[in-house]
Design a protein. Structure first.
Length: 670
């Protein structure tokens, strides 16, 4: 408050007001007082010189009264008296000046007053003149001397204004002194009043500054009455309302942000100038932008570089929704840009919805391919069977050997149709958990030898080379954990797939590698490889990389292999580069690893591994996958563990929970 701007201004205003009042009063007083004092002095002088005028009228001999009055006038009244007629100045008060020029100048002005009176009809004539060589102004008062009604002379009184000016000056000094006293006296009340006015204003100012800085907790002093109190209360209400409004805005903004970030589709909203106002993080994943590409990339810059701003401009210019599908890095992105309008139907911006429809398009293409492929696969054996049945039914085949050949072809086509249907049912049963996969410890050496023998002829017929690469003898490979029939089924699918897609004079190599707690079986082929956009979908249901259907099959084999591996807790993946062939790797855990990590399982199978097998129905996938057991549609609250020699019902809270706990503790140690 000591440095208050308003207090300083109030005090300065007070000082300036007093100074101006004093100065203006002095000026006005000087201009007004001089004529007033002049009139007073004229009224004072006029009676005396009028008496002299009557006593000297008609005579040239002046009585002693006139002579004494004229001679003593300056001493008695402070002025000079002059008796003037046509011959000049006859009698006057003694004039004492330092210079003759001043005396002559005064006498000249006296004579001029005499002449003016003779030419005038006035009874009294006064004027104020400044006479050269005489300090200050002089008042000239003249009355006529008459004889027989005729003016022949004049009595002129000259009064110096030094006394009058001194009086005016003394009054001005008194006025100035009184003004200073008033200023000193009024300073304290004015400052007190200013402080009382400024204090609530200061409080209001602090609230306004706090509001501008985003602090809505400050409150003004609203105890004052009158307009200032009303202003304080209004400011407090404004602060409360703004606080609530900003709180609501923050809630709405956070809610909007959460909604936008929770949407899988990319969203970008712009204003009428094309500047981004809202966006979500999903837009980057939709367009495949991540990692280093995101550094320094703003939504505005992204719109410009991707030329999406043209679609926003088009939507705002046409006031219609723009719908386009763009391609970017093997992605199909559906873009819907809708203009935003105000209540007055004025376009104020646009919002764009971006959806990655690559998977949708791929699934739709897969569905069409699957329908076409399955239809073709079903129609081919049915057409062949119909073509054979018609001549048989009509008795056109007479020879027994021909009929036998027809029957063999019909049986082969029937088996082909049955395999197709069985593949579809098998995949469905595996995915729904209806297929029970029994797991046990088994050896892989005999299986690999049989597979090499079985597929050697098929490889030679296709002019391919099939070989086996193993780091250690097959009979020294430790026992594995899984279902041997299902493992063999997976390897058959991989080998069959390799023979189909490997060109002539190509190579197929089965590589056996030890990888920590797993055995890796890698089926390598020297085929054309798999494209980058297809490799993530190799194991998709009904997916075929060859769009022209050049190779036979329904595209279900790899899907079945993947589902079998997942349900046994194995890992099946693929690595490929175009022109470098493909590596399909199957990871099978060692039986010892499973037995050691699951203490309860080890106690159940304390005898020879080949004598027992494990079946678990309805176990949660997180529990069974590490142990390599299967999931089905049964209740997850109970589990049934059975062997070929004995069947026992165990509670989930006993065996399975302890199994899970042991697995978790082993994982933590690892």
């Amino acid at each position: 408050m000591k440095n208050s701007f308003l207090v300083r201004r109030f005090f300065i205003l007070l000082v300036v007001a007093v100074i101006l009042w004093t100065a203006l009063t002095a000026v006005f007083y000087s201009f007004i007082a001089q004529p007033v004092f002049t009139r007073i002095k004229v009224k004072e002088i006029t009676p005396r010189i009028d008496v002299i005028s009557r006593r000297v009228a008609g005579t040239t001999r002046y009585d002693p009264f006139v002579s004494e009055t004229v001679s003593m006038s300056y001493a008695l009244f402070g002025n000079w008296i002059f008796l003037v007629d046509q011959q000049g100045i006859k009698l006057h008060t003694e004039i004492k000046f330092e210079s003759e020029q001043a005396r002559d100048a005064l006498l000249k002005h006296v004579y001029e007053s005499h002449l003016q009176m003779l030419d005038s009809d006035e009874e009294v004539k006064s004027r104020i003149e400044r006479v050269p060589d005489i300090k200050g102004s002089l008042i000239f008062v003249a009355v006529p001397i008459r004889a027989e009604g005729f003016r022949y002379g004049t009595v002129v009184a000259v009064h110096p204004m030094q006394e009058m000016n001194a009086s005016i000056l003394s009054l001005n000094l008194a006025l100035l002194f009184s003004s200073l006293v008033v200023l000193l006296i009024m300073t304290v009340p004015v400052l007190i009043a200013a402080f009382r006015i400024v204090r609530p204003l200061q409080s209001i100012r602090n609230v306004a500054i706090a509001i501008s800085a985003g602090d809505f907790t400050q409150r003004a002093d609203d105890k004052e009455a009158g307009e200032i109190g009303d202003l304080s209360r209004a400011m407090n209400r404004l602060s409360s309302q703004l606080s609530q409004a900003f709180s609501d805005l923050r809630v709405e903004r956070n809610r909007l942000r959460q909604i936008l970030d929770g949407i899988q589709e990319g969203i970008i909203a712009t204003d009428r100038n094309g500047l981004v106002t809202h966006s979500n993080t999903a837009v980057w994943s939709v367009f495949g932008i991540k990692g280093p590409d995101l550094r320094g990339l703003s939504p505005d810059g992204f719109l410009r570089t991707s030329r999406l701003d043209n679609f926003f401009s088009q939507a705002m210019e046409t006031c219609k929704t723009t719908h386009v599908v763009i391609s970017k890095d093997h992605r199909q992105i559906d873009c819907i840009i809708t203009p935003l309008e105000t209540d007055q139907h004025i376009v104020d911006g646009a919002v764009g919805l971006f959806r990655d429809i690559t998977e949708t398009e791929r699934l739709e293409m897969t569905r069409r391919d699957y329908i076409a492929n399955v239809s073709h696969e079903l129609r081919t054996p049915l057409t062949a069977m119909r073509g054979l049945l018609e001549p048989l039914s009509e008795g056109m085949v007479k020879s027994d050997s021909d009929r036998q050949r027809y029957y063999e072809i019909l049986m082969r086509e029937t088996h082909r149709l049955s395999r197709l249907i069985n593949d579809m049912l098998e995949l469905s049963r595996i995915q729904t958990g209806e297929a029970i996969i029994k797991q046990q410890a088994f050896t892989i050496d005999r299986m690999l030898s049989d597979l090499i023998f079985r597929f050697q002829l098929a490889a030679e017929e296709s002019n391919l080379t099939l070989s086996l690469e193993n780091e250690q003898p097959l009979n020294e490979i430790p026992s594995l954990w899984g279902n041997p029939d299902r493992v063999e089924q997976i390897l058959v699918i991989l080998l069959d797939n390799a023979i189909k897609y490997t060109p002539e004079e190509g190579k197929i190599v089965i590589k056996v590698r030890d990888q920590e707690q797993h055995l890796a079986i890698i089926v390598h082929n020297s085929g054309p490889g798999i494209k980058g956009e297809d490799i993530d979908h190799v194991f998709d249901r009904f997916f075929k990389a060859d769009r022209a259907h050049a190779q036979p099959g329904t595209g279900l084999g790899l899907s079945i292999a993947k589902e079998l591996a997942v349900h046994m807790g194995h890992d099946l993946d693929v690595h490929s580069e175009p022109g470098q062939g493909a590596d399909f790797r199957l990871l099978i855990p060692y039986a010892d690893t499973i037995m050691n990590s699951q203490q309860n399982l080890k106690e159940v199978f304390s005898c020879t591994p080949d004598d027992h097998e494990l079946v678990i129905n309805g176990i949660d996938e997180d529990i069974i996958n590490p142990a390599g057991v299967s999931e089905s549609e049964h209740s997850s609250d109970q589990a049934i563990i059975s062997t070929e020699t004995d069947t026992k019902d165990l509670s989930l809270s006993d065996t399975i929970k302890s199994l899970f706990k042991n697995k978790s503790s082993n994982d933590e140690q690892d």
